[in-house]
Design a protein. Structure first.
Lengths: 250, 250
């Protein structure tokens, strides 16, 4: 039996947003590895072993998946959203790059998924309808100064922005620093969207002006979208729509 | 009968990458509108009218969809990829914003999809595994100087980048200008990926150093990914993997 590792995205939350290719990989797998809440989204069945692991052990999980694949297992590594966006794909490839040479012989494939910022944008309208930047606000693995620099440059370029992992309980000060950069660089009316648990029963969506943002509007289940200077709201009886037009005038 | 407009993404090309929610919308629709090649991906059936239209008539198409919905039709507006990324969602909302007031009463929903850069990244490994910018290189609707400014700032921030619509037959000079900005701001070994028609039978993937890029490697079916300075290649007998590590050292 030839083993493999396939790294799949489970999308933002709803089962109806999981790509059929990801579903098919899970149906063929003998083993699923991933962070606890993502593995719990997989229905148990005979012949499938579920391996839950904690946050921040991504390299151990990757090594486990690669080792099982060399033993002939068909291993699905599950992430939420898209596995290539602040998720498990890079961790698996870091493990391959630094690991024993036989890991390079493992069949590895990445199956794309719907990443959280796209689902958040769809729920609000189309705030990412023009050029945008995607930034992970967690400073676990990169300097806080680099995060601030990137936000500043994104604002200078008038990109819309999507912030992942905006605010952890352990280190809430990162989001405050990001907000301070936005307050320095963007007008007070700039539109900000707090999209939490999009496409799940707990979905909530807050649309506010930058001047009205309160730090506690974000947590780790929230994606924060920041409009460009062109982003606007359509007020309607059916609820507001936020979108960024396709055109920028000369 | 209550009409609606649902704006759905058909993903990068493969049917196995269409979200079940998009498939379900199409199954419920009475009418499908979209650019010719996207509408041709929809299987004809009794009770469904397919309305193909040409490129660059997005606002007319949006108006048509909204008008039909007011007449009680259930209209699926189809885009490739994700409808919120350089696609039909913004066009529909521009039409609503500028159109007759009754268009604001139409039920409108956006169903997210897998946008081309995620599929391209997955096919190559995980080059977008860290912060990245998504930039439309078409200067149909925005000044060429703004495109160059954004690429320059993205390079200064050491973002990875994804370029959509890199090179049209009518205006190939835009891609040459983008390349010149990259050559000014990035080292010659910077990794560039030309991902064409990803997930279709015509898929091709070229991984080259910036110094070896030739303008003709891109066309309108290509997404171009540019790594950050941290992006690296794993050389393997099974073919190269390009990825961006999750960490940036202090």
């Amino acid at each position: 039996m030839t083993g493999w590792v396939k790294i799949v995205g489970l999308g933002p939350g709803a089962d109806s947003l999981i790509a059929p290719e990801a579903t098919s990989v899970i149906a063929q797998a003998t083993d699923v590895v991933g962070y606890i809440p993502y593995v719990r989204r997989i229905a148990p069945r005979d012949g499938l072993t579920l391996h839950e692991s904690d946050n921040r052990v991504e390299l151990d999980r990757a090594a486990h998946a690669l080792t099982m694949a060399l033993d002939g297992k068909r291993v699905a590594v599950v992430s939420s959203g898209d596995p290539g966006v602040f998720a498990m794909a890079s961790a698996v490839f870091e493990a391959v790059d630094d690991g024993p040479s036989q890991w390079r012989d493992v069949d590895i494939q990445v199956i794309p998924g719907i990443t959280a910022c796209l689902a958040a944008s769809a729920a609000a309208g189309a705030p990412l309808g023009h050029d945008f930047c995607t930034i992970n606000l967690s400073d676990n693995l990169k300097p806080a100064a680099l995060i601030e620099k990137r936000i500043r440059l994104a604002a200078e370029g008038d990109f819309a922005m999507a912030f992942y992992n905006p605010r952890s309980k352990a280190r809430p000060e990162g989001f405050e620093r990001a907000l301070n950069v936005l307050r320095d660089t963007c007008e007070p009316d700039r539109l900000v969207i707090f999209a939490r648990a999009v496409s799940t029963p707990e979905q909530s969506l807050k649309i506010v002006r930058l001047a009205d943002v309160i730090e506690s509007m974000a947590d780790m289940r929230t994606v924060v979208l920041v409009g460009s200077s062109m982003t606007r709201v359509i007020d309607r009886d059916k609820g507001p729509i936020v979108y960024t037009p396709r055109s920028v005038p000369e």
